[in-house]
Design a protein around this ligand. Structure first.
Ligand code: PMP
Length: 413
């Protein structure tokens, strides 16, 4: 029996009835195909088990949602209790108001909140609300940034099926290019409805980039001068860097913030929050979905926020992330391997110097060895730390990464 036999048996079965077998970002085709699991069976805390019975310490956290640990007793109890009354129905429940009040309370820029399901729902909504607010058409975004599956947001390999007009109102610039950004805004001053940015640049297949000194301040002041709306896409980073929105860490305040992923610790919910002066435009921007008012995910989100506040989840994630980072940097050094360890501690990424894009032989070999030994991460996409990762998890992980670095050194050099 191979380590992943059942996974690939299921993947083959899936491929006959599901386009691509596993669609989207979870496809094993961009992982280490043949040497990574494809299907999960169950999960608890920071660990999960695949269908072949292999256990992993999880550094992808569902690509972000799992922030307090899988199957968190308080979050699950809150969701279950709400479901016993009503989850999806004809009307919202009071949970909608309670969650909006909670977000207004903890997020300094938030005077209101509106809820959807996925990150794409709210990033698309935010750009539309910015257009309604300003009466202008153009949205400025960073080149090669993922903001979801709205056709406006797709470019490159993932834009198959799009038409040129889908992105005709998008203007792009290079992350951290302050002068290029200022020029772009100057050229289109009267047309720009909004600027949308992630709190740091965390694009898959790239090293992460933190905002350069003055970059976020330049965006804030250009938006103020041009009368444009500053939107932060905090879908991936939200509730890992700061409870009040990730830009609070940098002391810069946007006008709208989009959240999803970690908000409900795995329950499907997203949110757009904003300032008072955008509330009229927000209420004129049509936003709805059959499941947008489902109450169990809202109860889960309330419980998630309460628990995160009471245990200082952000502090735990920074501490665990720092332990992993320091350990891996020391190991790479000891094996005489040049690595780039990027991103904030709770959302790190590691790459090998000289490898780019999808061409990452060392990263793939490193990941393969980690999977074999029970650590789940990704060769191309940033990782996630949760508050459920214990010091013991990190210690065990470092034993595995040490062996993985050794294999890279021995086999590739
Ligand atoms: N924005 C960012 C920064 C994301 O990382 C993602 C998802 N990876 C999205 C938007 C889209 O969110 P969703 O997949 O939930 O629609």
């Amino acid at each position: 029996m191979g380590q992943f036999d059942k996974s690939y048996e299921l993947f083959n079965r899936a491929s006959t009835v599901i386009p691509g077998g596993i669609p989207g970002h979870q496809t094993p085709l961009i992982q280490v195909f043949g040497s990574c699991p494809c299907y999960m069976k169950r999960a608890e805390g920071a660990h999960f088990w695949d269908v072949d019975g292999n256990e992993y310490i999880d550094y992808m956290c569902g690509y972000g949602p799992m922030v307090l640990g899988y199957n968190h007793p308080k979050v699950e109890a809150a969701a279950r209790a709400q479901s016993e009354d009503i989850d999806t129905g004809n009307l919202p429940t009071e949970r909608y108001i309670e969650l909006a009040e909670k977000m207004v309370d903890i997020i300094p820029i938030a005077d209101w909140a509106i809820f959807g399901k996925n990150g794409s729902d709210v990033t698309t909504y935010a750009t539309r609300a910015a257009r309604v607010h300003t009466g202008r058409s153009k949205i400025v975004m960073v080149e090669e940034t993922y903001h979801g599956i709205g056709t406006w947001a797709l470019s490159g390999l993932i834009a198959e099926g799009n038409m040129p007009e889908d992105t005709a109102n998008m203007l792009t610039f290079k992350y951290n290019d302050i002068e290029g950004f200022k020029r772009l805004i100057e050229e289109h001053k009267d047309e720009v409805a909004g600027v949308i940015l992630t709190p740091f640049h965390h694009e898959a297949t790239h090293d992460s980039e933190m905002p350069a000194p003055g970059f976020l301040e330049a965006v804030r002041s250009a938006c103020d001068d041009a009368g444009a709306v500053f939107i932060v896409d905090d879908v991936r980073a939200g509730f890992r860097m700061h409870m009040g929105g990730s830009l609070e860490r940098f002391g810069v305040r946007p006008d709208l913030i989009c959240f999803s992923k970690a908000l409900g610790n795995g329950h499907p919910i997203s949110a757009c929050v904003g300032r008072e002066d955008l509330k009229d435009a927000a209420s004129q921007t049509f936003f709805t979905g059959s499941f947008f008012t489902s109450s169990a995910p809202m109860a889960a989100a309330l419980a998630t926020i309460d628990e995160m506040e009471s245990i200082d989840a952000i502090g735990i994630m920074y501490a665990r992330g720092e332990m992993l980072k320091d350990g891996m940097l020391d190991q790479a050094d000891a094996h005489n391997l040049e690595i780039i360890y990027s991103g904030p501690e709770p959302i790190p990424f590691m790459s090998f110097k000289g490898e780019h894009g999808f061409e990452r032989d060392k990263s793939r070999l490193f990941s393969e060895e980690c999977f074999k030994r029970g650590v789940w991460l990704h060769p191309l996409h940033n990782w996630f730390i949760s508050a459920a990762h214990t010091e013991e998890d990190i210690e065990k992980t470092l034993e595995v990464t040490d062996a993985a670095f050794k294999r890279v050194k021995d086999e590739i050099g």
